[in-house]
Structures are given as structure tokens and as C-alpha cells.
Design a protein around this ligand. Structure first.
Ligand code: AQP
Length: 329
């Protein structure tokens, strides 16, 4: 039996990147891999490393649960829980802080990128400590696999270092997890700068929000940047078109070579129009399901309570083992 753990922050409107890179894959893996136990959580403690409006945060936390159900994460097959509702996450983070150095945390790309504006000195400690909280999220559950986007791989590697260091000092305590990546969707790029990943906290035109209207989606794809020549081809020298091909391939369920052939004689205009329409049509259907699922807050809260109960039992057991080893009474 293999254990899969992954989380998502309710820090903004979910994007196509979150959907293709994470949520859709979670649903697929849960159905494909009968031999796995899945834990998917809403990383609201991670979300507050960037200022959040409290009411919005509460609402978005339930929104994300509803989106997980909408895309097919099944609470009978996967445990869905809320990070802040299991105190063991904060507790293990504090403990693991003593097994990681400032040098290691300072090297994390996400920290460097996100503290560009304020400068490292002006940055709050939460963002710096983000990878340690994440390590705790994973180590509490003896996870084998962490399905993530490319952006999180560095954090999973640091998690292994922390776990190994703890194990070396106190004996075998934590399982060393590994990050699993999908081939192509591991990094969906921004629509107006294909050198950056698509992010929910970026500018409005750079991402497709899962709740964008069809008109908005079509317009955003129409305005998406393209590469210099007019060829629809996948390749390192064509980052913008490659990104659009990956997106189209996911929604059309056709391979990239098939799409290259299909669009051999088409221009960028037609290509972007087709992507806009197919994504808009699919998201429109998902949004209808989302609205139905989101209405039933009682069901959502029951799913969360049940998930918290299952995850909390395991997490408390692990914290208690760790405290014992450290002489914490
Ligand atoms: N563009 C992306 N392509 C592929 N995967 C992605 N993920 C996020 N963006 C992309 C994956 O989605 C999961 C949940 O991500 P998250 O919301 O917890 O954190 P994030 O990676 O920081 O996402 P954002 O959208 O960039 O959030 P903000 O802007 O708030 O920081 C992860 O598995 C992530 O890899």
C-alpha cells in the first residue's frame, strides 16, 4: 500500500495550472491506482504566508474542497482535510525547524522569487519557513509520493534532507517521500510570459481562473503571447506555443504530434480561438457542477470532519512518537 499526500493553497482563485498540474491528476491517480491511500488537504496555513482577507480565506477554503469534489476527487477513496484544523501540522513544523538551516531555506527559489518585492530582510518569517511546514505536512503521514508541479520539487527535496537528518539523529522516524511529476502539465506557464509559471497571485491576464466566464477565457487566450514565427510546433525555442499545445492536448485528449499535424496549415489566430473555445466549454461544464456541489455546505463540512478525523489520528500518533524521541513531555 502506497500513501500519496498533496495540498493546495486557498490563496486566490484556482487556475488552470492548479487544475492540470495537480487537482485533475489527483482525481486520476485515485481511480487508477487502487493500491494507494490518498490524502489531499487545503493548505490554509501556507496561504497566510501572503496577506489574506479572513472572510475570503474562509470562503475559498470551502471553495477548494468543492472544486476537488467537482474535478472528481472522491471522499470515499481519498481523505480530504484542512491543514489548520489539525494542530499537529503547526507542532511538527516548530520541531522540524530545528533540523534545517537558514542557509538551506534561503536557497529556496520560491522564497527568493516571492521576496523580490520586499527584499529578504523585510520578508515575514512565515514565507521563509514555508518549506518546513510543507515537510511536516508530508512527514506526518509517512507519505511515499507527493504529486506536485515542478515548482514544488525543490521543497520535496528539502523535506527529504530534513527527514534524513532527523532519522540520523534519533533513529528511523520518518519515511523519505518522493515527488512525482506528470510529463507535460507539471508546469503550465503564464499566458503573457511563458518563462513564468501560471500563478493565481499573478496579474489577471496571465492566468485562466477556473471560475472565469467563457468570454473572459476566450479573450485571455486570444491575447496570450505567441512566439516569433507563425508555426504551431512544440519545442524549447517555442515556449508560448508549446504551453498552449500542452493545454489544448489536455482538453482535446490528443497527443501533441497529432495536434501539430492538425494545425500544420493554420495560423495563430485560429489556434488560439480553438483553445479558448474548448477550454471555455469544458470549464463552463465544471462550473455548473461546482455551483451545485458548493451549495451543500453541510455535506462539505461533513466530508471535512471525516477527513480531519482520519488524518488527525495519524498525525497525532506521529507527533507523539517524535516528541517521545526528543524528550518532550
Ligand atoms: N502553473 C502550474 N502548473 C502546474 N502545476 C501547478 N501548481 C500550481 N501552479 C501550477 C500545482 O498546484 C498545486 C497546488 O499549488 P498551490 O496553490 O498550493 O501553490 P502554488 O504552486 O504556489 O500555486 P500558485 O497558483 O502559484 O499560488 P500562489 O500564486 O498563491 O503562490 C501544487 O502541486 C503546485 O505545484
Amino acid at each position: 500500500m502506497k500513501r500519496v499526500v498533496s495540498g493546495i493553497k486557498p490563496s486566490g482563485d484556482l487556475t488552470l495550472g492548479n487544475y492540470l498540474g495537480a487537482m485533475k491528476r489527483w482525481a486520476e491517480s485515485q481511480n487508477k491506482d487502487k493500491d494507494s491511500e490518498n490524502f489531499f488537504f487545503i493548505a490554509n496555513l501556507h496561504a497566510i504566508t501572503v496577506k489574506q482577507d479572513p472572510e475570503q480565506l474562509k470562503k475559498r477554503t470551502l471553495d477548494v474542497v468543492a472544486w476537488l469534489l467537482t474535478v472528481g476527487v472522491d471522499p470515499n477513496k481519498s481523505v480530504i482535510f484542512i491543514q489548520s484544523m489539525i494542530p499537529a501540522h503547526s507542532e511538527i513544523c516548530w520541531i522540524l525547524n530545528n533540523y534545517v538551516t537558514m542557509g538551506e531555506l534561503g536557497k529556496m527559489t520560491q522564497f527568493k522569487d516571492k521576496s523580490l518585492k520586499s527584499g529578504k530582510e523585510g520578508q515575514f518569517v512565515g514565507l521563509y519557513d514555508y518549506p518546513v511546514l510543507m515537510a511536516g505536512d508530508v512527514l506526518l503521514y509517512d507519505a511515499d509520493e507527493i504529486p506536485v508541479g515542478v515548482d514544488q520539487v525543490q521543497h520535496v527535496e528539502l523535506c527529504r534532507i530534513i527527514a534524513q537528518r532527523f532519522n540520523n539523529t534519533h533513529g528511523e522516524t520518518f519515511k523519505l517521500p518522493k515527488a512525482t511529476l506528470s510529463d507535460k502539465t507539471a508546469k503550465i506557464m503564464s499566458l503573457n510570459d511563458p518563462s513564468k509559471k501560471m500563478s493565481k497571485s499573478d496579474t489577471e491576464d496571465s492566468f485562466i481562473g477556473l471560475d472565469d466566464t467563457p468570454e473572459k477565457i476566450i479573450r485571455k487566450f486570444k491575447r496570450a503571447v505567441t512566439d516569433s514565427d507563425n508555426l504551431i510546433r512544440y519545442g524549447k525555442d517555442k515556449p508560448a506555443i508549446s504551453n498552449l499545445l500542452v493545454i489544448l492536448s489536455e482538453f482535446k485528449e490528443k497527443s501533441i504530434p497529432e495536434l501539430e499535424k492538425e494545425y500544420e496549415n493554420a495560423g495563430y489566430g485560429q489556434f488560439k480561438k480553438d483553445i479558448g473555445e474548448i477550454v471555455a466549454g469544458n470549464l463552463d461544464k465544471l462550473q455548473k457542477t461546482f455551483r451545485e456541489v458548493r451549495k451543500d455546505e453541510e455535506r462539505l463540512n461533513n466530508i471535512i470532519s471525516e477527513g480531519n478525523r482520519k488524518a488527525g489520528t495519524l498525525a497525532d500518533e506521529k507527533v507523539s512518537i517524535v516528541k517521545n524521541k526528543l524528550g518532550l513531555i
